[in-house]
Design a protein around this ligand. Structure first.
Ligand SMILES: NC(=O)C1=CN([C@@H]2O[C@H](COP(=O)(O)OP(=O)(O)OC[C@H]3O[C@@H](n4cnc5c(N)ncnc54)[C@H](OP(=O)(O)O)[C@@H]3O)[C@@H](O)[C@H]2O)C=CC1
Length: 927
């Protein structure tokens, strides 16, 4: 900030200029944002500064910030140096991030005065607000001018190493161009150094009118209420000091006052507030009829925008109207009322529409382009426009700033985008309903951790699957040209047809990408190699059935174990038989795309449960298979073990670790068709022919091949087949198996091994299968399967066998039977593969929106009551009567009524029983 290069093109405010001077004088370089604060602290150590450092240090020492390491690798751009943008920037700096703030304004000139909730006062006091502004909240009414608040926050932000550029307009996000470039901002002036800043977090705090791309805004409308604000110069004279503030008076409570106001000067108001701060600040709600009568509004229009359009407002008449109201309500005690100037140098009086407020449908999103992720979040008015006379703007604005900082902290900790977004949106559901009553009263413990502020907050009420639409990942489909790559040769009697199989593949790929987006160690780029680690399969499962899988227990280097888990779950939960062995995923040179396409297609069908018209998929799949199998890529497993002829995946069966035509799986002796588990290998044939065994299951087949034994698990055909003699030695001893969870792999411990050995030392003896029901009572299907494979990632080979065993150790009832039928695609499945993009949102995915719409009602209800005192419902009237005057005993000792009402509402501080002149409640001056 200090270096002139950093101010290239921007217009520093007076505060910034002073800061630059100070840095020069102390020879500290603010560009060194990581060490700037500590250096400044070292060099500026007079008593007043020390007091400030103490406060900042205390805040910075909060465990949430992890001593400034929580986000030290992250770069944040904050749009808007309003109170909320700056407050967020401070938190991000405390988390250790590099923070740049942009604002198009060249000065902080907002005179309007904000009402503050107690927690915001405590928050600012804790940050040393009084060191910057001695009069901060010294009066009995808690308020501050926006300008002063911004200055306090600006100074704090600068001290913490935040770069603040004023006079710079943000014009949009620039996507990464590729290579190592990241996200950048398009700014005006274009030559500004902020244009080169690359960031991975973008906070939009541009106020109510600014909505960044990707966010939808809801409009909340209430009964017409026309607001007028007016600021008059405060000369801070003795006479001015004696004039009492009006913390809020509404017509329904002081009809006499409003009637006299109307009859004497023709000003007809619903309510009025007067705060004495940097300016004499008045805010009031005026009735349309009197504005028309007084010529403030030139012409009546039913449309509010037309009604209050600048062309339809007479500015002089408006000034006169506001002046009269201010003068009358202060009993003509303010001498020489003179309008303060606004940022444009004109008399600071404004008329606007209280009727309409905006609220973003969601608070955050993640964009990903060229592998670079950007977290985008809204805070302040850009997120929820407040009913600002109540102070909800700053109060809720700061709450959202903390919530956002918490999200960025989690971003820094590597929380996955969907989980991050789900948590943020869960918090956001609360925001519009927060009041001083329903937030924690323990202000001292407030931190960015939402649980310190919102009692009983549920951070998981929105699920990751519900926020998928907020994860905007590059659309490969749109970017890549779709080239038809397969031409199906016509069948006899049929016309030539070109099937753009690539389109279907891209549909499938796109579906996979969308549903695995954001998962750690998962990057789906194709339908083959991207699936090798098994992490993508696990991500798919987790995306649809998070309860089935504990992602944190996965090890991306344990390829066999992870694939095994995924295959097992797919089979058990969705009935999808694996098309290759888990161990193949480690050992095979190239993953067979055909197998993966078939497998993923079945998965998509099962997970989306989408009914598709039959008959569409066949040609595509057939074509694809034909093409693949006729290519040189046909591997060993694509020839039938028995007849040695080409084997298509759709007709493929497997047993004993071999693939074959299901029609070839016949008994060597009697020729009858064999079923899984109902055979053994005839030892005498010498080549391992299958023989039907008469004894009913359970059975086990054991055969000898070469010098080692293969023990076959009928349910998990890949069990030990791939073991080399050396690996066989590495198998754990039999006593390592849990005695109560036998499987084919722990047969030694069940005595079956003895049976085998007794049969013959040299010739394998068929042994009964030992895994079926008689031994173990059926267990209910577990709802959640944790990957119980705690193998060290650096030693996958050694651990793989053990991991497989772990799965074998599952009670057999928890495993589903293998089904060759599942290797076939049903007509529906085939149709699905050919159908258009099946990427339909799950019903739950829209629930974030529906939640917000349901909360809208609530919100509407909340704000509605404030629109107009004169039109209050009986219920709201009752609520208002229950509100206590400030001079009465503290609210905590009072019964709570009207729970959505803020006891700090300026409107609430008046009472129909007030007997002072005009029945206006007067409180001690603040300043
Ligand atoms: N009239 C009032 O009484 C106001 C009250 N407030 C109070 O402050 C609270 C929080 O405000 P907050 O959310 O921080 O928003 P603010 O409106 O205070 O701050 C947003 C800042 O961002 C600037 N900005 C907007 N778009 C861009 C852009 N594209 N590039 C650069 N700068 C941009 C705005 O300039 P510009 O304003 O010129 O668009 C403004 O300075 C409100 O809830 C309310 O309580 C805030 C503003 C006005």
């Amino acid at each position: 900030m200090c270096g002139s290069s950093r101010l290239n093109g921007s217009a520093p405010t007076k505060t910034q200029q002073n800061f630059i001077e100070l840095c020069r004088h102390l020879k500290v370089e603010p560009r060194d944002y990581k060490h700037f604060y500590s250096k400044l602290k070292d060099r500026l150590n007079y008593w007043k500064a020390k007091d400030l450092w103490q406060k900042i240090d205390k805040r910075a020492a909060h465990p949430d910030y992890e001593q400034g390491q929580a986000c030290h690798q992250h770069k944040c751009l904050v749009l808007g140096a309003g109170p909320c943008g700056l407050r967020t920037a401070i938190e991000l700096a405390l988390l250790g991030a590099q923070v740049v703030v942009l604002d198009k304004r060249v000065s902080f000139m907002r005179n309007n005065v904000l009402h503050l909730w107690l927690y915001t006062i405590r928050d600012l006091l804790n940050l040393g607000a009084k060191k910057f502004y001695g009069r901060f909240c010294s009066g009995s009414i808690h308020h501050i001018s926006i300008r002063q608040l911004q200055l306090i926050l600006l100074k704090l932000a600068l001290i913490l190493g935040v770069e603040v550029h004023t006079g710079v307009t943000f014009e949009g996000l620039l996507e990464p161009a590729g290579g190592s470039t990241g996200w950048r901002a398009q700014v005006s002036p274009g030559s500004h150094t902020a244009a080169a800043f690359e960031f991975d977090v973008f906070i939009s705090a541009g106020g109510g009118r600014y909505v960044p791309d990707g966010f939808k805004i809801k409009e909340l409308r209430g009964k017409l209420a026309i607001g007028i604000t007016a600021n008059f110069v405060n000369r801070h004279t003795k006479q001015e000091a004696q004039v009492q503030e009006i913390s809020g008076v509404a017509r329904i409570y002081n009809q006499k006052f409003f009637q006299e106001l109307q009859s004497e000067i023709g000003v007809d108001l619903e309510n009025i507030v007067y705060y004495k701060d940097d300016t004499h600040y008045f805010v009031m709600t005026a009735k349309k009829g009197s504005l028309l009568k007084k010529g403030v509004i030139k012409q009546d229009f039913p449309d509010v925008n037309q009604l209050l359009a600048p062309a339809n407002v007479n500015q002089e008449a408006l000034q006169e109207y506001a002046y009269d109201a201010a003068d009358f309500s202060t009993d003509h005690m303010l001498p020489d009322l003179e309008f303060a100037k606004n940022h444009a140098g004109r008399p600071d009086v404004a008329m606007f529409d209280f009727t309409c407020m905006h609220r973003a449908e969601n608070a955050s999103l993640v964009k990903e382009r060229k592998g670079k992720r950007l977290l985008v979040a809204l805070v302040g008015d850009s997120l929820v426009e407040p009913f600002w006379p109540l102070g909800t703007g700053i109060a809720r604005g700061f709450l959202a700033a903390f919530d956002t900082a918490w999200m960025v902290r989690n971003w820094g900790k590597g929380v996955l985008p969907l989980e991050l977004l789900a948590e943020r949106e869960s918090m956001y559901q609360l925001l519009s309903q927060t009041t001083p009553e329903n937030t924690s009263k323990n202000y001292a413990s407030y931190s960015i951790d939402p649980s310190t502020r919102y009692p009983n907050v549920s951070l998981s009420c929105i699920k990751p699957t519900q926020v998928k639409r907020l994860y905007d990942i590059e659309d490969c489909k749109a970017k890549k040209p779709m080239k038809p790559i397969i031409i199906i040769k016509p069948k006899k009697g049929k016309c030539h047809t070109t099937v753009t199989v690539s389109m279907r593949l891209e549909d499938l790929l796109s579906w996979c990408q969308k549903n695995t987006a954001g998962y750690k160690h998962v990057k789906v780029k194709d339908l083959s190699e991207s699936w090798r680690s098994g992490m993508a399969l696990c991500a798919l499962i987790h995306n649809f059935r998070p309860e089935l899988i504990d992602l944190s227990s996965l090890d991306e280097y344990n390829i066999t174990g992870t694939n095994k888990l995924a295959f097992d779950l797919m089979e058990r939960e969705f009935g999808i038989t694996p098309v290759m062995r888990a161990s193949e995923m480690t050992t095979c040179g190239k993953i067979d795309q055909l197998s993966m396409v078939v497998y993923l297609t079945q998965i998509r069908n099962a997970l989306t449960e989408k009914e598709t018209p039959a008959g569409n998929e066949g040609p595509f799949l057939e074509a694809f298979i034909t093409l693949k199998l006729s290519s040189s890529e046909v591997g060993g497993s694509e020839l039938c073990y028995f007849c040695n002829k080409r084997l298509y995946v759709l007709e493929r069966g497997s047993a004993e670790g071999k693939f074959f035509h299901r029609s070839c799986f016949n008994c060597y002796q009697c020729g009858s068709t064999l079923r899984q588990g109902g055979y053994t290998f005839h030892s005498d044939t010498g080549n391992g022919e299958p023989v039907e065994i008469s004894s009913p299951p359970p059975h086990i087949s054991v055969r000898r091949k070469g010098s080692y034994k293969i023990s076959v698990d009928p349910d998990f055909e890949e069990s030990a087949e791939c073991l080399t003699p050396t690996e066989q030695k590495d198998q754990p001893p039999s006593n390592s198996h849990e005695p109560n969870k036998p499987s084919e792999l722990n047969l030694e411990s069940t005595g079956i091994e003895n049976q085998q050995n007794n049969g013959s030392a040299s010739v394998p003896v068929p042994a009964p299968r030992a895994s079926k029901a008689p031994l173990y009572p059926p267990l209910p299907k577990p709802r959640t399967v944790h990957n119980v494979l705690p193998q060290p990632s650096h030693a996958p080979k050694e651990s793989e066998q053990n991991q497989e065993e772990t799965h074998h150790n599952l009670p057999p009832e928890s495993k589903s039977k293998p089904s060759l039928r599942k290797l076939q695609l049903s007509e529906e499945e085939k149709a699905e593969l050919l159908s258009q993009d099946s990427d339909t949102e799950t019903p739950a995915s829209s629930s974030a929106a529906s939640t917000s719409s349901s909360s809208k009602q609530h919100e509407g209800g909340e704000e509605e009551g404030y629109w107009s005192g004169g039109t209050a419902t009986g219920k709201s009237l009752r609520n208002r009567r229950c509100m206590r005057r400030k001079s009465e005993p503290p609210a905590s000792t009072q019964p709570q009524h009207g729970k959505m009402r803020s006891k700090f509402s300026p409107w609430n501080l008046s009472s129909p029983r007030l007997q002072q002149r005009f029945s206006v409640l007067r409180v001690a001056p603040s300043g």
